[in-house]
Each structure stands twice: as structure tokens, then as C-alpha cells.
Design a protein around this ligand. Structure first.
Ligand code: TGC
Ligand code: FAD
Length: 398
């Protein structure tokens, strides 16, 4: 690659071109990013406005994601692609440039459902579920949050009790992505020995998924309540290597890492939309992009997007080298989602009245990012994680 300073001079640059972040990636990583971007632009983008408006995510997309190798792509074996973390992040970024709902689907399938089985499952569980989840023939979900326990999953009320060699589960999980689409749910429950994980086939008697409607955010994503009413499972349904709250929280690290990159996709798409719009929109007889106030907005957003990208790649390199600490992922998730949301909102202002329609992506992205700011640990939880790392005091509880 040629350095920007010595490359043939262009008159106009895309925001990330100015940062030249592509030079921090290897050929494989660039190719994965380009492939997913093309898939999003040709297969998903033409329908996203309709899916968002009608609040649907077609189930068949799972197999398309699977065919592209996106499901559990950072896991090894069992039909998974085994890419590095940076490649996974770049795929998340390109998916979220289309819509956060696409990235959410892939996050939940690969980083929460499949990762929980890959890390904590028996060989039998891995062979039963992972190959089918990797192709998208089966869909997974991950039930940690409950109606009264979101930020504080340690308080969960869902219980699993022994009955002979069986387990019997009772409780309610809330806000579960893919809940109504799923064939298997990873459900976290309290036992007399502490929190444990269970694989619940969704056709088990006593299991119900109720779709949550009237969402103003993540409309192209299925979100559900899971009800477990006397759900009887064989002993083999328990994830044998998961013990304590640390197990589900370790899965969250994987999904949160994808969001560090993903949110930047929504920001980049918003910014590119605003740059294009302001270049063609004439106000007071000149292009909107020629005014200083507009350029200040575009320049500030570009700076934040590029800084977020540098942070994402940096965390990815650490993850690929020796593993990234949860507090470091908190830095990335907090900053990149917060800045992406600010960028999407600012881009909406540049579009004026046109910005409130579905025809332009920034407000759709901003609405989605409201959920992204809340799920996988709210911004406040990540502030407190960073605060704990800096002071040694856990301020989650009074
Ligand atoms: P605490 O006492 O701090 O920790 C309990 C045990 O867990 C360990 N631990 C972690 N391990 C791995 N990764 C992490 N990030 C971890 N954080 C903590 C910890 O070392 C301890 O282990 P041990 O062996 O000593 O027992 O737990 P706490 O109850 O005080 O809570 C800490 C807090 C608030 C940070 C945690 O509860 C938290 O992260 N809350 C936020 C919950 C959350 O993010 N939920 C997300 C649900 S899934 C979702 O939103 C999917 S969205 C769909 C999509 O991704 O698209
Ligand atoms: P609460 O925990 O009630 O928080 C409300 C507010 O209080 C927040 O601002 C929070 O930061 C603040 N707060 C909480 N505790 C403190 C404190 N100690 N100090 C200061 N402020 C505090 N969960 C899953 O398990 N699986 C999924 O697949 C999943 N998908 C989701 C999809 C969507 C679209 C959404 C919106 C959520 C999803 N969730 C999922 C749930 C998500 O993880 C929770 O919404 C999130 O963890 C916050 O929990 P809560 O909604 O109960 O809010």
C-alpha cells in the first residue's frame, strides 16, 4: 500500500481513507471486509427500509450469513471459519453499516449462542449444535437478562432444580434477541450450587417465546420474552464447564468486542450519507457542504470515527495476541457506541427534514444505537467497570 502522503493526489477522500486505517490491516482482513460490504450493499441494503418499517428480519437470512462464513467465524472447528478477532470485527462493522439488526443477529448467534457452547459445552453438545449453527440451519439465542435483572444478572430468579437426574427450569428471560427464531436457547439459571448454563431446545414442553412488539429501535431484529414453565431437561442439557456468573459474562466479552467495531459501521454509513447529501443539497444558493458550519460537523465526526477505528483495531490486535481484558473491551464499547450515536444524530441534523424519513439511514442508525448503548452492558455499567479498574472500588452496589 502507498502512504497517503505519497499516493496520487485526490480531491475528495472518504472519512476513513484520511486516517488510512486500511494500512493497519492485512490482505485477508481487507478482503473479508470488502466481501461483507459487497454482500450488505447488494443483498441486504435494498430491503432494509422495508424490513425496518415492517419490523421483520427474514429467517432465511441465517443461511445466507452461514454461507458467507459469518456465523461463529472467530471460533475454531465444528464448521466455523476460525478467523482472527480483527476479521470478525470488520465483518461486524460492515454488517452494522447496513443495520444494527444484522450485526445483532450475527453477534448473538456467533458470540453468545455458539461461543457459550464452544467454550462451556460437552463434545456431544458441540457436535450436535455447532455445525448447524455455523451454516444457519439452526438458530440460537442467549437468555441472561430477566424483567427485574438486566444490569445486575447476579440477582436472576430463573431456577434450575434437580429431579432425579433431570433438571427442571422455571423463570422468565426478557429482551432476548432471536428468541422467536431460535432452535436452541442458552439459558442461565440459579441452582443450589450457583449460576449454571443449560441448552434448551425451543420445542421442549413448557418453553414459550413471546415476541416484543412496537419497538422504536432494532426493528429489523427479533426480540422476545422467554418463559420457562416447568421445563424438564436431561442431565446432558447442562453446559458442563460453566460454573458461576463469570461464564455468561465471558460470553458477553465476545459480543461486546464485535460491537466495538460494529457501531462504527453505523457511524460510517451515517457520515457517508451526510457527506453525499450535503454535497448535492443547495441552501442559500450554494451546496450545504460548502458552509463552514457543515464542514466543522463533518470534520469533527470524521475525527471521532477514525479515533474509534484506531481503538477498535488496537483492541483487536491485543485480543489476537494475548487476549483482551474485560475492562479494555469496556473502553471500546463505551467510546465507540457513544460516539457512533452522536455521529448518527449529528448526521441527521445535516439532512434537515429529509433526515426524519426512512429514505436516509442516519436516524434509523441512531434509533438502533439507542439499543446498542443499552444492551451488552449499558454505558453506565462500562463507566463503572472502567472506574473500578482505575480506583479498585466496585461502585455497582451501594
Ligand atoms: P462480579 O462480582 O464483578 O463478577 C462475578 C464473576 O464474574 C467475573 N467477571 C467476568 N468474567 C469475564 N468477563 C467479564 N466481563 C466479567 N465481569 C466479571 C468476575 O471475575 C467474577 O468471577 P469470580 O470467579 O470471582 O466469581 O459481578 P457483579 O455481580 O458485581 O457484576 C458486575 C457487572 C455489573 C460488571 C456485570 O454484572 C455486568 O456486566 N452487567 C451487565 C449485564 C449485561 O451486559 N448483560 C447483557 C446481556 S446479553 C445482551 O445484551 C445481548 S444484546 C444482543 C446483541 O449483542 O446484539
Ligand atoms: P436496568 O438494568 O434496569 O437499567 C436501567 C438504567 O439504570 C440504565 O441506565 C442503567 O445503566 C442504570 N443503572 C443500573 N444499575 C446502575 C447502577 N448500579 N448505578 C447507576 N446506574 C445504574 N439480554 C440478553 O440476555 N440476551 C439478549 O439477546 C438481549 N438482547 C437484547 C436486545 C435488545 C434490543 C435490547 C434492548 C436488550 C437486549 N438484552 C438482551 C437485554 C440488555 O442486555 C439489557 O436491557 C441491559 O443489560 C440493561 O438491563 P435493563 O434493561 O434491565 O436496564
Amino acid at each position: 500500500m502507498t502512504a497517503l502522503a505519497s499516493a496520487p493526489k485526490k480531491t475528495i477522500y472518504a472519512p476513513l481513507e484520511l486516517f488510512d486505517t486500511a494500512r493497519l490491516l492485512d490482505d485477508d482482513e481487507r478482503e473479508i471486509g470488502a466481501t461483507v460490504r459487497k454482500f450488505v450493499d447488494t443483498v441486504l441494503r435494498p430491503d432494509i427500509e422495508n424490513w425496518f418499517e415492517s419490523a421483520t428480519l427474514p429467517k432465511e437470512l441465517a443461511k445466507e450469513f452461514g454461507a458467507l462464513g459469518l456465523l461463529g467465524m472467530h471460533l475454531d472447528g465444528y464448521g466455523c471459519a476460525g478467523t482472527n478477532a480483527v476479521s470478525y470485527g470488520l465483518a461486524c462493522m460492515e454488517l452494522e453499516a447496513g443495520d444494527s439488526g444484522f450485526r445483532s443477529f450475527v453477534s448473538v448467534q456467533g458470540s453468545l449462542s455458539m461461543f457459550s457452547i464452544h467454550r462451556y459445552g460437552s463434545e456431544e453438545q458441540k457436535n450436535e449444535w455447532l455445525p448447524r449453527l455455523a451454516t444457519g440451519e439452526a438458530i440460537g439465542c442467549f437468555g441472561l437478562t430477566e424483567p427485574d435483572f438486566g444490569s445486575n444478572p447476579a440477582g436472576m430468579r430463573t431456577r434450575a432444580r434437580r429431579d432425579g437426574t433431570d433438571w427442571v427450569l422455571d423463570g422468565t428471560k426478557m429482551w432476548i434477541t432471536n428468541g422467536n427464531l431460535a432452535d436452541v436457547a442458552t439459558v442461565w439459571a440459579r441452582t443450589e450450587d450457583g449460576i449454571r448454563g443449560f441448552l434448551v431446545p425451543t420445542d421442549t414442553a413448557g418453553f414459550t417465546a413471546n415476541a416484543i412488539h412496537r419497538k422504536l429501535s432494532l426493528r429489523a431484529s427479533v426480540t422476545s420474552e422467554l418463559v420457562l414453565d416447568n421445563v424438564r431437561l436431561p442431565a446432558s442439557a447442562q453446559l458442563p464447564h460453566a460454573a458461576g456468573l463469570g461464564a455468561p459474562l465471558s460470553c458477553l466479552n465476545e459480543a461486546r468486542f464485535g460491537i466495538v467495531f460494529g457501531a462504527l459501521g453505523a457511524a460510517r454509513d451515517s457520515l457517508e450519507t451526510a457527506i453525499e447529501y450535503t454535497g448535492t443539497r443547495s441552501v442559500f444558493d450554494r451546496p450545504l457542504s460548502s458552509y463552514q458550519l457543515t464542514q466543522e460537523k463533518l470534520a469533527n465526526m470524521t475525527v471521532e470515527l477514525g479515533k474509534g477505528m484506531l481503538l477498535a483495531i488496537h483492541l483487536g490486535r491485543i485480543k489476537d495476541a494475548e487476549g483482551v481484558a474485560p475492562e479494555q473491551i469496556s473502553l471500546g464499547k463505551l467510546n465507540n457506541v457513544r460516539e457512533a450515536l452522536a455521529i448518527a444524530r449529528e448526521c441527521r441534523t445535516l439532512l434537515g427534514g429529509s433526515g426524519i424519513t426512512l429514505e436516509y439511514s442516519p436516524l434509523r442508525h441512531a434509533n438502533n444505537l439507542e439499543s446498542v448503548l443499552t444492551y451488552e452492558g449499558t454505558s453506565e455499567m462500562h463507566l463503572l467497570s472502567i472506574g473500578k479498574a482505575l480506583t479498585g472500588h466496585a461502585a455497582f452496589r451501594s
